[in-house]
Every structure is written in C-alpha cells, then in structure tokens.
Design a protein around this ligand. Structure first.
Ligand SMILES: Nc1ncnc2c1ncn2[C@@H]1O[C@H](COP(=O)(O)OP(=O)(O)OP(=O)(O)O)[C@@H](O)[C@H]1O
Ligand SMILES: [Mg+2]
Length: 372
C-alpha cells in the first residue's frame, strides 16, 4: 500500500500543515507566541532551536496532543484545531521510540493495524513488507531489548509509517544514537523521505543534523520563529544575530557606521560599505572559519590585530581563541598549516582579516547588541 504513496509529487507549494498565529501557555509561561508556519506537501521541514524554545510543543500541536490557546492548526486544508490525534492523518515517532517492550518487532509494527481491526492476512502482508523496507525482515521475532539503537529507531519508524500517515512527526528521532550511527540514520531518513514522498516535520537541537537532512529549517527562539529557509539560506544569510550564532557559531564585532566608512575599535579597521545610515550602531558578524591570517588581500573588509589566548586542536583545523585590545573575545578556525606558519602561541598578536562577502552587518538595536 505504501508504494502508492511513492507516486506523490516530492515537494509542492501546496500547504500540508498550517499553524496560523498559534500561542500556547503552560500556566503563566508562554511556550509559543503568535507562531505561524506553513509546511509544504512532501517537504522535510526541521524545527531547530535550543532546549525549551518550543519545538516539542509545536510538534504536539500538529499531532493534536496539545490544543493552542489562540490561533488555528490546519492539515491538508482542513481546520483540525481541537481534533484529537487519532482523527488526524498524522503519526509521531517519539524521542524515546516508545516501543512496547512485551511485543516483538513484528507485533510492534502491526499494532496500529490491529487497533484498526484490519483482517489478519492483510495486516500480516503489510507488516512483512514494511519490515523488509526497514531492513528488519530477520528481526521480526525479536523483542525491543534484543535490538540495537538504530534497529529500535527503524522499528519506531515502521510502526509510525504502517498507518500511511500524510504527515510524519519526528521528535529528536536520532538523539539516542552514537555519532556514527546518527550520520548513517540521517541519510536513511532522507532516503526514506524521498522514497515515500510524505511530509516530514522533524525536531532537533543539533544544527548539523538539521543542515544535513532538511529541505527547509525553521529556527525557533523562545517560542517564536527566528527564521525559516533552506539550510543554505539559514547558514549563509542568517536573518539575525540569534540565528547566526546558533547555526555555525559567529563572532560579533560592534561598530559604528559612518558616512565615509565604518570604524569603531582601535585595532579594527573596517572598509567603507553601504549599510545602515551613518552614526548607527551596527554589529559585524563573521564566522570563525571566515577569519584569515596575515596581510589582507583585495576585498578585505575587516582588519584587526588580536592576541592569542588559547589554541585548540580540532583535527585538521585549529581553533584560536583571541582577544582584541579592548577585551572583546573572538574565535578563529584555521587550517593547521596556516596556524603553524603564523607562529601562533599564547600571548602573540596576530593580524587577521575577513572578506566583505563573509561579513554580515546587523543593526545593533535589532540584533540586541548596542556598542554604546
Ligand atoms: N507540560 C508542560 N507543563 C509546563 N511547562 C511545559 C510543559 N511542556 C513544556 N513546557 C515548557 O514550555 C517550554 C517549551 O517546551 P518544549 O518542550 O516545547 O521545548 P523544546 O524546544 O522541545 O525543548 P527540548 O530541546 O529541551 O526538548 C519550556 O519552557 C518548557 O519548560
Ligand atoms: Mg523537546
């Protein structure tokens, strides 16, 4: 039956899930505030953000496990606000998999069909084909305690997919796995998503995972959407300081814009550029891997001298922990060879620079940072 689903278009502009200005409080504390989000049909959308920002709450609103205080939830164009979970064509893979320990792999996957009272032979056929798809055909008779983390995860996925939901919700589906298995399963989830053509809404607080798996990422900050876009948009053009810092890490250098250019710190020279009006406080955002060592080349926008306070070896790259004369801390990530050549060691002052295209200018007032 699932093969039918495969014929669906991969990702369309059609909205599959719509959250329309939803708010959710627990007691007096707001978990979500006025949040609007469209998930397109066939899309792999990831909700990303720090602990407590409202990711699980958003997922639970879509699944019907919570009702918003205000706003509406629609699935497939139908208003489902207040409709219970079992009346929505949505399934959830919970963080801890929530497998039934006393049921075998086969029985776990068959459970939803039993509840629906599907005739035995028909159910059996569907479960067998699902176990095949999940690479679990030879584990059908095992109990959850006899499985590895990755296998349990696939059972949980199979159990959620057997009902042929139109939307699959995944709450931190890979958090229990070790780093290597996690990367394998990220690819597996992507492959499965492409194959089934379903709409996936996935939650993670791991930015690398979100970048690797998603068609689009919604970054949440304290119950609001800070930015939504493709992984590349979010990484290359973060909308604000929060997103820049949360995804990829970032140095923030306060500056004042001037009509003849932009200068602030004694040891930081910034080339003229268009941007906020003269006299305004701005923040120059530059990622650690975008800082370069040595004499600035054509196109340099920031030049600075910074004292090395620590050197951390990361394998092929080296992280330099630096400070400017006024005490502002910076981090640079550079190739091992370049660092060795520079003679970097704690106490040494190094020249660093960054290209214009690698620097993002934020308005200090809007980014929550005012250098005054
Ligand atoms: N049942 C509840 N009762 C009271 N407060 C809750 C409840 N569930 C969530 N919260 C609060 O709502 C906010 C959002 O919680 P939520 O579980 O959605 O965060 P999250 O982004 O999923 O975090 P994590 O990454 O830690 O899982 C948090 O401040 C949390 O403490
Ligand atoms: Mg959560």
């Amino acid at each position: 039956m699932l093969s039918k689903v495969r014929d669906k278009p991969e990702c369309t502009d059609e909205v599959q899930v719509r959250l329309d200005r939803v708010s959710k409080h627990y007691g007096n504390a707001a978990a979500l505030t006025d949040l609007s989000l469209d998930v397109r049909r066939g899309e792999f959308l990831t909700l990303l953000g720090p602990s407590g920002c409202g990711k699980t709450t958003t997922l639970r609103l879509i699944g019907g496990f919570e009702v918003p205080d205000r706003g509406a939830v629609a699935i497939g164009g139908r208003d489902v606000t207040g409709v219970p979970p079992f009346q929505r064509n949505v399934n959830t893979v919970f963080q801890n998999y929530a497998l039934f320990p006393h049921l075998t792999v086969f029985e776990n996957v068959a459970y939803a069909l039993r509840v629906k009272r599907l005739p035995g032979a028909q159910a059996s056929e569907r479960v067998t084909s699902m176990l095949d798809r999940m690479g679990l055909a030879d584990k059908a008779g095992r109990y959850p305690r006899e499985l590895s983390g990755g296998q349990m995860q696939r059972v949980a996925l199979g159990r959620a997919l057997i009902n042929e939901p139109t939307v699959l919700l995944l709450d931190e589906p890979l958090s229990a796995l070790d780093a290597k298995l996690r990367r394998t399963m990220q690819l597996e989830l992507r492959r499965m998503h492409a194959e089934l053509g379903l709409t996936f809404v996935c939650v993670t607080h791991d930015q690398e995972e979100a970048l690797a798996m998603s068609d689009r990422i919604a970054v949440l900050d304290a119950g609001r959407i800070a930015q939504i876009g493709t992984p590349q948009e979010i990484f290359d053009r973060p909308a604000n300081r929060f997103v820049a810092d949360f995804i990829g890490g970032c140095n923030f250098i306060p500056a004042i814009s001037r009509s003849d250019g932009t200068i602030i710190m004694p040891e930081c020279k910034v080339s003229p550029q268009t941007g906020p009006e003269a006299g305004r406080g701005i923040v120059l955002a530059v990622r650690p891997h975008s800082l370069r060592l040595g004499t600035p080349e054509e196109g340099a926008i920031i030049e600075l001298a910074a004292r090395v306070s620590d050197i951390v070896y990361l394998g092929t790259a080296v992280r330099l922990v630096l400070s400017l004369a006024d005490g502002l801390g910076l981090t640079a990530e550079l190739g091992k060879d370049a660092v060795e050549k520079s003679g970097a060691k704690p106490g040494v002052v190094l020249r660093l620079w960054a290209r214009a295209q690698d620097v993002i200018v934020f308005d200090a007032a809007r980014s929550g940072h005012d250098p005054h």
